[in-house]
Design a protein around this ligand. Structure first.
Ligand code: A2P
Length: 275
């Protein structure tokens, strides 16, 4: 029997794990322990960012894990001050230094910052560091369709767009645009925020039915939709059970019972928030 393929193929042919470890808000010391534990437990996709302030800890964990670099898929992101072609090169080189790596698998523009108005230049910077072999794949985070449209108009397309997404925030309009352009959707805060989603009776009913945890049900929802969820956990048992959601399959009726989208006035607005 062949092992299940837990990867998704990006538009440039690179394969990315279907589930990864989020690392915000770990600091360096916490990341050094928690990320190492996650890699040793089977995680292969690690998501960090300049803004998290933990790239050195993530890099230390990678080095200590003993897992072959080629088996890992490391993502980082840069802040608004680097939104220019040369700025992205500097940001990328600084991230690589902190991580102790000679390439990252995926580099993302962390927020579009439309008030600054230079995310197209930032994207051109991504293409330049990709050409230089410093990054394998390029993408965006927190881009709305209107921001992606400006990239499309220039003939550019990210391989990934990472957005806040969970059954309460299904982001249907955004993911439809991604699907139409071959962009893989990554989900940040995939378990929702504040614990309300995990306590929702629609989720707990399926958890009871399958003898799984509510978090596994939510992660299975992301996986069934074809999204790549990035649950953060520093806890060994939760890390393991989150990863084990890869073998939980929900049927169509169960998926329909998780159509829980509802307005959230508190959700971060990428036209107003960004760093
Ligand atoms: P912990 O690190 O103690 O496991 P976000 O995705 O918005 O960053 O939120 C992740 C939060 O969810 C963290 O507080 C994390 O806490 C918690 N968490 C992660 N996995 C689970 C799980 N399986 N069950 C409950 N809470 C979880």
């Amino acid at each position: 029997m062949t092992a299940p393929d837990h990867t998704v193929t990006l538009a440039n042919g690179v394969r990315m794990p279907r589930l990864g470890l989020g690392t915000w808000p770990m600091d360096d010391a916490e990341a050094a322990v928690a990320v190492r534990r996650a890699i040793e437990g089977g995680y292969r996709l690690i998501d960090t960012a300049e803004n998290y302030g933990n790239e050195a800890g993530v890099g230390a964990a990678i080095a200590a894990s003993g897992v072959d670099r080629a088996e890992l898929f490391v993502t980082t992101k840069f802040n608004r001050r680097w939104h220019s072609v040369d700025g992205v090169r500097q940001a990328c080189e600084a991230s690589l230094r902190r991580l102790g790596l000679d390439y990252v698998d995926l580099l993302l523009i962390h927020w579009p910052n439309p008030d600054q108005g230079t995310y197209v230049e930032a994207f051109e910077g991504l293409l330049a560091v990709q050409d230089a072999g410093l990054v394998r794949c390029v993408g965006t985070s927190n881009f709305l369709p209107e921001h992606l449209d400006r990239l499309f108009a220039r003939g550019y397309s990210p391989q990934v767009n990472q957005i806040q997404l969970d059954p309460y925030h299904p982001r249907d309009a955004e993911v439809a645009v991604h699907a139409a352009h071959g962009i893989v959707t990554e989900s940040w805060s995939p378990l929702g925020r504040g614990g309300e989603l995990l306590a929702d009776s629609a989720i707990t009913a399926l958890a009871t039915k399958h003898d799984r945890t509510p978090a596994q049900v939510v992660l299975a929802w992301h996986l069934a939709k074809g999204y790549v969820p990035l649950p953060k956990s520093s806890d060994a048992a939760r890390q393991a059970s989150n990863l084990a959601s890869l073998d939980l399959v929900l049927d169509e009726a169960e998926m329909a019972s998780l159509d829980l989208g509802r307005p959230d006035p508190d959700m971060a607005d990428p036209n107003k928030f960004g760093h």
